[in-house]
Design a protein around this ligand. Structure first.
Ligand code: CO
Length: 198
């Protein structure tokens, strides 16, 4: 198991399968990528971007972090956005959260989680913006899941106010920003209807 042999075997099988369905697939894809979508999602292993929307390599540019947060000082996420918008010229940016998000749940606890508490503070900010609505929800799971939705909506706003995206929207570049949420229990996506269209 030292070398994770089974993963290399799976990889061989996977590449062979794709190549047999579409000969020259990898050779052609190696020359350039032109994805139409940028996906900003949670790092949760149960929410894999390509699989959920059934897209192949080359079709979606992906950034994932804990609880799909877009922070104005996060050079990693902002660089992904800039490259996707200015170079790849993606037509859609999808911020996708999920119900039952562990990061969102942790932000609701008054416990010491170590370093990650600094990251979760961004979600606590979202709570603060919507405290009146959230405090009124008595059922804890329901409150958590509403915070999952509000977090997506807030991050859509953060994407829009980032420099590369606001410039693109102003210049009339074809670009839409969407807020979606995914349900782990049935594998189904829901559009939160907060799409910002360029
Ligand atoms: Co999550």
């Amino acid at each position: 198991m030292k070398t994770l042999k089974h993963l290399f075997e799976s990889n061989q099988k996977w590449a062979k399968q794709i190549e047999s369905e579409q000969p020259g697939f990898f050779e052609q894809l190696s020359k350039q990528q032109s994805p139409e979508y940028l996906w900003i999602g949670c790092a949760d292993s149960r929410v894999p971007a390509n699989e959920i929307i059934d897209l192949r390599p080359g079709e979606v540019f992906v950034h994932r972090n804990i609880a799909n947060v877009v922070v104005h000082t996060d050079l990693n996420c902002l660089s992904v956005i800039q490259y996707a918008v200015e170079v790849l010229k993606v037509k859609h940016i999808i911020v996708c959260g999920h119900y039952g998000c562990g990061g969102v749940a942790a932000s609701l606890q008054d416990e010491d989680h170590g370093l990650i508490d600094n990251w979760l503070q961004h979600i606590r900010d979202v709570y603060r913006f919507h405290a009146a609505e959230l405090d009124a929800i008595e059922e804890p799971v329901e409150r958590r899941d509403r915070l999952c939705e509000l977090n997506v909506i807030e991050q859509v706003g953060n994407v829009c106010s980032s420099r590369p995206v606001s410039n693109a929207l102003k210049s009339g570049q074809q670009l839409n920003i969407h807020g979606w949420i995914y349900r782990l229990e049935d594998g189904i996506l829901k559009d939160l209807d907060v799409t910002v269209a360029g």
